[in-house]
Design a protein around this ligand. Structure first.
Ligand SMILES: [Zn+2]
Length: 90
């Protein structure tokens, strides 16, 4: 075993961050716009619509930004009610 493993870990973390940065969708609307559209976006989702076509930039942001995605998930579960284990299905 070589002692270089530790520095490999350091660099792989570094590259993972760089990778995530490079993979950011160019359409990404950013946190401000995502928060502005959060209510509308969640209501469309809760109503069974697909807001990603109407708001591709916001959709891209929710895919890329964990904090905003969690805000969306929280609002969505609030809109949908307290029974996530048994969603309405045909
Ligand atoms: Zn965000």
């Amino acid at each position: 075993m070589e002692a270089q493993n530790a520095s490999d870990d350091h660099w792989s973390d570094h590259w993972a961050r760089l990778d995530a940065f490079l993979q950011t969708d160019p359409r990404d609307a950013g946190c401000d716009e995502a928060m502005e559209m959060l209510d509308v976006y969640a209501e469309l989702l809760a109503a069974g619509n697909d807001p990603s076509e109407r708001f591709p930039g916001v959709h891209a942001h929710f895919l890329a930004c964990d904090p905003c995605a969690q805000d969306l998930a929280g609002l969505l579960s609030a809109l949908r009610g307290p029974a996530p284990s048994r969603p309405d299905s045909p």
